[in-house]
Design a binder for this molecule. Structure first.
Ligand code: ZN
Length: 450
């Protein structure tokens, strides 16, 4: 009873009441502002991001004739010049805004085609504040996202190397000296790696992201799976609080905890990408993690030692063109590497927080050297450990001494096929009685023994 008396003394009541009033007035009178709108296009969707000063409540609904998407946001005003928002290559024709009930905002997207929308908020993290994210999927994008990536190779197949350029879109990754962004540096290096694999017979380079847009961490490995990738390399460029730190490092997945403090801090930084890049309603500690852990226990021993082997080779190659931060493959728990059956590595190509290294990493000549080193390291590993049904395995077994057949797929040329089997094109033409270089999809060619 004593406690009750104490609580109800007038003094406390008044303090509580004035606090409540303050809270009420703050929210009723001071409207938050939307001060920036960003648009990201990916092959799968259009993402519209509203930068906000604080958390908001929102509702989304669509209207027909004409097609519109309406977003009502409470207690907010719009501080962006609509002319600054570029809408080309999006399903949005026009964005309009208007005030509602004096304090609320209505945003209308006039649409050129039907979309399936998804809306969610993101909390502040690192340099970002509150954000409201609207993802628009069109029917066509849904379709291309499902089919475009499929690479089908039933015969002495090419080895598929998935190359994952870290971050992208909303998530710049590390911001380096001279405002060099990790997402740009790593996209450039990654495309160079992919090109090198594309030019090499028996290999395919698969880019996980092809432009400046964000792909969820788990989606990255899923794209690799769906395309039957044999290898997964995630390419990054690190930043550290001290600008003195420099050098490249290679990381493999560890389910047991990081091998060094650096590896642990880095894993935390990289895993945060989903919170920055934006994944609606997915946390890093969702139930998916549990499933992944189980899978890991079942299947990683083999792929971890494969990853370490491949990592050593890549480090050896990078060591020839760049300083190394650590001379051994480190281990840490990266979300993006949690693909138990695919040997996976995360490569930090250097520290963009170091002025000298930032300058080098932004230079295409150095980028090319790093790309070549990654390519050579992966190729060395694969030539020694070729997947059983691959052309590499066939070559390694010396079966070029037997005649075989090859079915033409889209994109093939006679010289490509000749290169693939390391034999002259003329020999193939002669064996098959071809009068010119014309071949057609589905045609079966006899490949003579070399
Ligand atoms: Zn990164």
């Amino acid at each position: 009873m004593k406690v009750f008396n104490w609580l109800f003394t007038g003094r406390y009541i008044w303090q509580l009441l004035s606090l409540c009033l303050l809270f009420f007035f703050h929210h009723a009178v001071v409207a938050e502002a939307i001060d920036q709108v960003r648009i990201h296009r990916s092959p799968e969707k259009t993402r519209v991001v509203f930068d906000l000063e604080g958390p908001v409540t929102h509702r989304l609904f669509s209207l027909d004739d004409p097609m519109r998407l309406v977003i009502d946001i409470d207690a907010v005003h719009f501080d962006v010049d609509l002319k600054e928002i570029h809408l080309e290559n999006t399903p949005i024709v026009q964005i309009r805004t208007g005030a509602r009930n004096q304090r609320d905002l209505r945003v209308v997207f006039d649409l050129a085609e039907a979309v399936s929308p998804k809306i969610f908020s993101l909390k502040p993290i690192m340099q970002y504040g509150y954000r409201l994210v609207v993802d628009l999927y069109t029917e066509k994008q849904r379709h291309t996202a499902e089919t475009e990536e499929k690479i089908f190779r039933p015969q002495m197949r090419d080895v598929i190397v998935a190359i994952d350029a870290g971050h992208g879109g909303e998530d710049p990754g590390a911001i380096g000296h001279g405002n060099i962004l990790e997402k740009d540096v790593v996209l450039s290096i990654s495309s160079m790696v992919a090109d090198l694999f594309r030019e090499e017979a028996g290999y395919r380079g698969l880019m996980i992201r092809k432009g400046d847009y964000y792909v969820e961490l788990r989606r990255r490995t899923r794209i690799a799976y769906e395309n039957s990738a044999d290898i997964f390399v995630s390419i990054h460029a690190d930043a550290f609080s001290s600008s003195k730190v420099s050098g490249a490092s290679v990381y493999a997945l560890s389910d047991k905890g990081a091998t060094s403090e650096t590896a642990r801090i880095l894993a935390e930084q990289e895993n945060r990408a989903d919170l920055i890049g934006g994944v609606g309603g997915v946390s890093l500690h969702d139930k998916d993690d549990l499933l992944v852990e189980v899978l890991l226990d079942l299947a990683t021993t083999a792929s971890l030692s494969a990853s370490l082997d491949m990592g050593d080779r890549i480090l050896g190659e990078i060591g020839k063109v760049s300083k190394l931060h650590k001379s051994n493959v480190e281990q840490a728990g990266f979300v993006v590497l949690k693909s138990p059956e695919i040997p996976s590595l995360l490569i930090e190509t250097g520290y963009i927080s170091n002025p000298l290294e930032a300058q080098k990493l932004a230079n295409p000549i150095h980028q090319k050297r790093i790309a070549k080193a990654i390519f050579t390291g992966v190729r060395q590993y694969l030539e020694n450990n070729p997947p059983p049904d691959s052309l590499l395995a066939w070559r390694k077994a010396g079966r070029g001494k037997e005649q075989t057949t090859y079915t033409i797929v889209r994109g093939d040329t006679l010289s490509k096929i000749a290169n693939r089997y390391q034999i002259e094109a003329e020999k193939i033409k002669l064996t098959n009685g071809l009068v010119n270089d014309k071949i057609r999809v589905g045609q079966v060619l006899k490949i003579p023994a070399s």
